[in-house]
Design a protein. Structure first.
Length: 491
């Protein structure tokens, strides 16, 4: 391995740009000649961007974080593809290459923490083994690929977040882009543009590149009552995914609100929070409404938000004033109290049957499971109750994971979550004891995000989602744990 000083002083190193130019210049020219000038320009820009990221990986890291909320907008392949190719993966892999190159040159160690090892070596490793006997190999490969992407992103975040300012900048970029996506979704909702219509009997929940800019779904979930529900799905593949993406931003918006004393900045954060909250409502998802309220309660309980009685009165008054102006579609589903009963909600009835089918599968495949990412088992068992698409899950992360990987895989996954929570809490206490409020409060926000995800996981297999915002927050927390002053704090 070469030291950075040796590389800089080496006469050979001065030849590298020339060698690269002589090799890549003709290559770009050849691409343009065989395809089009536009492709040539794109190839040249990609080379310039890739070179910049290799020189300064932090640029690539911030760009990667910036495109997190884009999801389907940045995908170059359909959701049904065995291997998903997307903008965030391109940016992330380029940044990872730059990081590894710099660490190789400087001989600086890479950080690998216990939660990472549990998720990588144990859960993902065992999940890949289960593919050898799965009867849904394609879905398993897609799931394994998504998990590997999450893992590599987590590894990248842990090793890139070496300074406190990087933590703040990266989180701020993620929040800003999330608010921007929220504005786009609101515009399409109220102008009825980009509407995607689903067939309840043939829907797979998978989107194509043709509708990558569509953010509103005409959902047929309540098909037996002939009700077509308009729901916001943003740039994700389903309203439930978009809902949790938005919910995860709430603790960090509250964190930045508490971090500043500027009136204008606080007003901007309040406006952004209003956009996020409205988008959560537009997903027309009952569980999202409950999870959002739960986050609000946790923010008050942890004193991330200093809520006084006057704030409650103002909030109630604002809600009452806004109620008549809310879209009618919301009153047809989440704001109709009757739809919270089993008798009126077919989706709630179906979910209970999903869970029953999942538990039945677990009892028959307790030790080994049926294979990672399996989406054929639930439909096979559910067809005795109702018509449904060929692919579906148990709509419960705990049941789905146990069904897929057996008790061993489930134990490792739950162990990963427990260890992650305990480390966040321990680091939070250490910073708090020494009066280092900014990192302590950030970890409080991350802890709330983790708890919100665990609650949301009861009604959907949330950790099977891309959920890059969650992995960003968890990676930042693991980096802060690495630097936490445990000895000084006596924690």
């Amino acid at each position: 391995m070469l030291r950075l000083e040796a590389l800089r002083s080496s006469a050979n190193s001065r030849l590298l740009p020339w060698i690269a130019g002589l090799g890549l210049g003709p290559a770009v020219t050849a691409v343009a000649a065989q395809t089009s000038p536009l492709m040539g320009v794109a190839a040249a820009m990609a080379l310039i961007g890739g070179g910049l990221i290799l020189i300064e990986p932090m640029v690539g890291f911030f760009l990667t974080v910036l495109v997190i909320p884009l999801e389907r907008i940045g995908r170059f392949t359909n959701d049904s593809s065995a291997f998903t190719f997307s903008l965030i993966r391109v940016m992330g892999l380029a940044t990872l290459a730059g990081l590894l190159l710099h660490r190789l040159i400087t001989r600086k160690k890479l950080r690998v923490d216990l939660p990472f090892v549990l998720y990588a070596a144990a859960y993902l490793g065992w999940g890949i083994v289960t593919l050898t006997y799965s009867n849904d190999f394609l879905s398993g490969v897609r799931t394994a690929g998504a998990m590997l992407g999450n893992l590599l992103f987590l590894f990248l975040v842990i090793n890139m977040a070496e300074e406190w300012r990087y933590v703040l900048w990266a989180t701020g970029l993620w929040l800003a882009m999330s608010v921007g996506i929220g504005l786009m979704t609101m515009y399409q909702w109220h102008t009825a543009q980009g509407l995607v219509t689903e067939d309840a009997f043939a829907s797979t929940g998978e989107r194509s590149t043709e509708d990558r800019f569509s953010t509103v779904l005409q959902d047929a979930a309540e098909f037996e009552t002939s009700r077509q529900m308009v729901r916001a799905m943003g740039p994700t593949s389903h309203p439930a995914v978009y809902a949790i993406n938005n919910i995860l931003t709430l603790p960090f918006l509250a964190y930045f609100f508490s971090l500043t004393s500027s009136v204008w900045v606080r007003l901007g954060i309040l406006a952004g929070t209003g956009i996020i909250a409205y988008n959560i409502l537009l997903t027309n998802t009952r569980a999202a409404l409950l999870a959002g309220l739960a986050v609000g309660v946790l923010l008050a309980a942890t004193r991330m938000l200093r809520i006084r009685p006057v704030h409650v009165y103002v909030l109630i008054g604002a809600g009452a004033c806004a109620a008549p102006f809310l879209p009618p579609a919301l009153y047809e589903r989440i704001l109709d109290p009757n739809n919270w009963s089993l008798e009126r909600s077919l989706t709630l009835q179906a979910r209970l049957r999903y869970w029953e089918a999942g538990l039945e599968s677990i009892s028959e495949n307790l030790v080994l499971g049926i294979g990672l990412g399996n989406q054929t088992e639930i439909p096979k068992r559910m067809r005795r109750y109702m018509l449904m698409p060929d692919n579906s899950t148990a709509h419960n992360e705990y049941i789905q994971s146990t069904m897929e990987t057996g008790i061993f895989g489930a134990a490792v996954l739950f162990g990963f979550l427990v260890v992650l929570y305990r480390r966040i809490r321990r680091a939070e206490r250490a910073y708090d004891v020494l009066g280092e409020e900014p990192p302590a409060r950030y970890l409080t926000a991350a802890r709330i995000a983790l708890l919100a995800t665990l609650v949301y996981a009861v009604q959907v297999d949330v950790l099977h989602f891309p959920l890059k915002g969650w992995w960003l927050a968890m990676g930042m927390s693991m980096a802060l744990y690495y630097y936490a002053p445990f000895e000084e704090a006596g924690v």
